[in-house]
Design a protein around this ligand. Structure first.
Ligand code: GDP
Length: 367
């Protein structure tokens, strides 16, 4: 674009190159908008016409700036995390950035968890995960934006803690924040035409205000991409393996030490030392898991990655895996961030492998 154009809804700089970024507007819509004198970005356009928000992401810097601005307000912060990728949902320093404002943590996508899960146990566990990351939630709610499970309960809890304040909804991209807000919009009746966009002075961050019935607003904020997402290593077609769509069916493997499980060609689990025992794997149901001897595993990977072992499909798309070894004191999850986890018994020595930059870590077992 030659000249700088701004959306009259949210003030974002209009651009036609990046669909996921603020201000995106297709070329044809820019022309139409200029002709009619009402130029809206695609996000605002969809909001006005379909009452639906779309996800939009911003850079780390912009995001921190935004969080700091929220710190200047007196508000309730609703922090949405993906219960299947809690570690990948962490926003470092969020507690500091939002100042004294309380944080209500929402664990989304509970529809992916095995149906036997105990809500109170998972809430306790999630609270511990948050505390470890320096976040002290005022409360924890578990929902599924997709199936609409407990979204009404969440609204009640928001009301309880809101206390005459605006509500800011934050989260990294892909945790389901937009889906959740759209559910909220659809549940809140009689609010057509009144959703507005706005921005904090001095930022180009468009935010969407959804009026609550007490005169305050629920405000959607852009997401920020988590740097170590496994998703960066997969083609759009293979992304389904990292964002499972269906309830996870955990798979148990009885392993001797010296045995390895390949998780496609993007993850690998080695049982280094300990007695024969069961390991439970929580990954997308369709991800291929292949058992082999650790001593042959490197050779097996070189030979079969991208073919028998996939995703990714195609040898040219295979990236080398890096090894991370742990000795676990208690029953723990070995997490390959964005892919899933393996629950390992206490006392075992294990190693997790993932592409460079993808976090491999140990956490307290979820189940
Ligand atoms: P945002 O970037 O946080 O706004 O995330 P989106 O709302 O765009 O959702 C990201 C992905 O997660 C999409 O593929 C959604 O279909 C999916 N998703 C959102 N909510 C849920 C949920 O409750 N359960 C499941 N299984 N998937 C969800």
């Amino acid at each position: 674009l030659e000249e700088k154009l701004y959306c009259i809804g949210c003030g974002a700089l209009i651009q036609d190159t990046d669909k996921d970024k603020a201000g995106y507007t297709p070329k044809s819509a820019i022309e139409k908008g200029l002709e009619s004198g009402e130029l809206y970005c695609q996000r605002c356009f969809r909001l006005r016409h379909y009452n639906e928000i779309q996800p939009v992401d911003v850079s780390d810097d912009e995001f921190l700036h935004l969080l700091g601005k929220i710190g200047d307000t007196d508000s309730l912060v609703v922090y949405v995390v993906d219960i299947f990728d809690v570690n990948g949902s962490i926003i470092p320093g969020i507690q500091r950035f939002v100042g004294n404002n309380p944080i209500l943590v929402v664990g989304n996508k509970v529809d992916l968890l095995p149906s036997s899960f105990k809500e109170s146990k998972i809430k306790d566990w999630l609270r511990q995960m948050m505390n470890k990351a320096g976040i002290k939630p005022i409360d924890i709610e578990l929902v599924s934006a997709k199936t609409n499970r407990s979204v009404d309960d969440l609204l009640e809890v928001i009301k309880k803690y809101q206390k005459n304040r605006d509500v800011y909804v934050v989260g990294v991209t892909n945790v389901g924040k937009s889906t959740l807000i759209n559910q909220i919009i659809h549940q809140a009746s009689g609010q057509e035409q009144v959703i507005t966009t706005s921005k904090f002075p001095g930022t180009t961050l468009d935010m969407i205000k959804i009026p609550l019935d007490d005169g305050h607003d629920l405000i959607d904020t852009p997401g920020v991409i988590h740097a170590s997402q496994m998703a960066h290593y997969l083609s759009p077609k293979d992304l389904k393996y990292v964002s499972p769509q269906k309830r996870i069916k955990p798979k148990v493997y009885q392993l001797n030490d010296g045995q390895t499980l390949f998780l496609g060609a993007i993850g690998r689990f080695d049982y280094v030392k300990g007695p024969k025992t069961g390991f439970t794997v929580y990954v997308d149901n369709n991800l291929m898991i292949h058992r082999t001897k650790t001593e042959n595993a490197d050779e097996f990977f070189d030979k079969h990655a991208g073919e028998l072992l996939n995703p990714p499909l195609g040898k040219e798309n295979v990236v080398p895996l890096q090894r991370h070894e742990f000795k676990v004191e208690d029953t723990s999850d070995l997490v390959i961030e964005g892919l899933g986890w393996v629950t390992v018994p206490k006392g075992s020595i294990i190693a997790g492998w993932a592409p460079k930059g993808v976090s491999v870590l140990i956490r307290k077992a979820m189940f």
